[in-house]
Every structure is written in C-alpha cells, then in structure tokens.
Write a protein that binds this ligand. Structure first.
Ligand SMILES: O=C([O-])CC(=O)C(=O)O
Ligand SMILES: [Mg+2]
Length: 208
C-alpha cells in the first residue's frame, strides 16, 4: 500500500536482510505459490490452535489493506490453514501477501487468484475449526520474533522481518546497499573481479 512497503518489496529479502545487520530472517524453507511474486507490509498475525484454522477466519475479518497476514501454530504441522476460499477473503480485504507457517491447499487456485502466498508445505490435510487461537499477538516464526505491525518482506528468497521502529533506518541502509551492489554489478559486467576489487587475491584469508 504505502510507498515504503512497495520499496521494501522491490529491494527484496536478501538486500533488506543484509542491510538490517543480518537480522529478522525467517529461517525456514518456504514455498512461493505465485511465481515471480513479491510482497511487503505490516504483519497481521494469527496463531492457530493445534491443527486448527478458526483463527484464520477471525484474522480475515481484521485484515486491513496492505497487511501481510502471518499464520502460525505453536507446533507447526502440515495442516492446511488456507485454501482458495480463505485466500479469496484475504485478497478481497486487500492483503498484500500471506505467510503460512503451516500448509496451504488448492494450490492451483491460489496461483490463479494471484494473492502472493508463501507456505511451509502444500498439503491437503484439513484443519478443524474448534480453537479460538489468538489474533494480533507477537509470534516467533523461523527463529524470528514478529510483532503485529512489524514489516514482513517476501520474495523468491523467502521472508525477512523488520521491527516497526527500525523500518526507516533499514530502508535507508537497504537503498545504500542497492546502490553499492549496482556499482559492483556494473564493474563485473565490464570484466572486473571481486577477488581483485576486495583484495582477496593478496590478503590473508579472514575468518568469516
Ligand atoms: O476451508 C479451509 O479450511 C481451507 C480451504 O480449503 C479454503 O480456504 O478453501
Ligand atoms: Mg478449499
């Protein structure tokens, strides 16, 4: 929605992660359902009960335009938290994207719908609707704490989270990093090598 989130999505997960001081990585293998898609927005969070997705129905009712909807469980299992009907509601509410620390189903319909969705698994096993769960609470996904309103950035590399109070600083650092990389790319296209530019050819190897 806002220009800042559009810019984060364009800058991408790897650049934002590095510019953030290598913080905020959602350190999980994620499947991107819509090829080529990227998204960024403030986190709108639901914690589902065990193998249950009632909280997803509640979070859909609270979703605001531009939100990235983050769905998780205390112990994630490959149960379908979202399929095309819930995704249709999230899209109609204006969600920018969806991050599912669980599985999704109706994968072909999700692709067709075009709402950018990332998930741990594609698996059909159905969720119960028995537990209220919790909405608009902090969670940990892939080792990273996500508070409601933190920026979530998603692309072909996965997901990274930027704490809301660091957003402007990380955005500025990401722009600087993008400019530095653009210059490096220009030199490499002209035949230069990082091995020489960074002095690795002559320097002693440094520990990582
Ligand atoms: O109904 C569900 O629990 C998930 C689903 O398949 C959908 O949203 O279409
Ligand atoms: Mg369905």
């Amino acid at each position: 929605m806002s220009d800042r989130y559009d810019e984060l999505a364009r800058l991408g997960v790897a650049t934002v992660y590095e510019a953030s001081g290598r913080q905020g990585l959602v350190d999980e293998e994620l499947v991107r359902l819509v090829p080529g898609s990227a998204a960024a927005g403030p986190a709108r969070i639901a914690v589902c009960g065990p193998a249950d997705n009632r909280a997803v129905h509640e979070v859909a009712a609270r979703t605001q335009p531009g939100d990235v909807v983050v769905l998780t469980m205390d112990s994630p299992v490959p149960v379908a938290l979202v399929g095309d009907l819930l995704a249709t509601q999230l899209k109609t509410r204006g969600a920018a994207g969806v991050l599912v620390n669980g599985s999704v189903r109706d994968a072909d319909a999700l692709r067709e719908l075009g709402l950018p969705v990332w998930a741990r698994w594609i698996r059909v096993r159905g969720a119960t609707k028995a537990h209220r769960g919790a909405v608009d609470v902090p969670v940990v996904v892939g080792g990273t704490v996500i508070h409601p309103g933190d920026a979530v950035v998603l692309d072909g590399d996965g997901a990274v989270v930027v704490a809301a109070d660091r957003l402007d600083a990380v955005l500025a650092a990401s722009r600087r990093r993008e400019a530095t990389e653009a210059e490096a790319r220009r030199r490499y296209l002209a035949g230069a090598l990082s091995y020489d530019l960074y002095g690795y050819r002559t320097a002693d190897a440094q520990p990582a």
